[in-house]
Write a protein that binds this ligand. Structure first.
Ligand SMILES: [Zn+2]
Length: 172
């Protein structure tokens, strides 16, 4: 695992790369845009890859691969990996979504209903056209997400530093 003050080894970098991929993996459903254009957003986005089944299957596969490659127990990875994928789906359900389909198909294939939180934490990303995708609105959406998450990252960093200092004092 990654430890403060020690350089990252190849395995740590692989774990970080895996975490980045898993956190964004549900948006793989935007790839059909390259074939069908932006009409694919209405056809595929926030459906088949934004649900509990996809979260479970992708986390299982990633955890199995990581446990075999890094020779560690499956459960060393599965909670972290499934949380990464699920957090993406949950955060998409917290955004202000005005482009159909609205929300995420959280329980697909058990239910085809779309789920969206009634209170929107984020302003939502516009994605109906290429012009919308690279708009000032979306830049503002990124800024809002940074405003929400940077304090959380800061608190985690302070708590980690405090825990690391306590551990160092116990060792000396
Ligand atoms: Zn998404």
């Amino acid at each position: 695992m990654i430890k403060k003050g020690e350089p990252l080894d190849r395995g740590d970098l692989g774990l970080l790369a895996t975490a980045l991929v898993l956190a964004h993996l549900p948006d793989v459903d935007l790839v059909p845009i390259t074939v069908y254009g932006f009409s694919a957003v209405k056809m595929f986005h926030q459906a088949y890859t934004h649900n509990m089944a996809f979260c479970l299957i992708s986390s299982l596969i990633a955890s199995l691969l990581a446990s075999v490659i890094r020779k560690k127990p499956f459960m060393h990875y599965f909670p972290f990996f499934s949380l990464l994928v699920f957090s993406h789906i949950l955060l998409d359900a917290m955004g202000h979504d005005t482009n159909p389909p609205i929300g995420v198909q959280l329980l697909w294939p058990l239910s085809s209903s779309y789920f969206l939180f009634p209170v929107h934490l984020f302003i939502g990303v516009a994605k109906s056209t290429a012009r919308e995708l690279f708009s000032l609105w979306n830049l503002m959406a990124v800024l809002v997400e940074l405003i929400v998450f940077l304090p959380i990252v800061g608190v985690i960093r302070v708590l980690n530093q405090k825990r690391w200092l306590e551990r160092m004092q116990e060792e000396t």
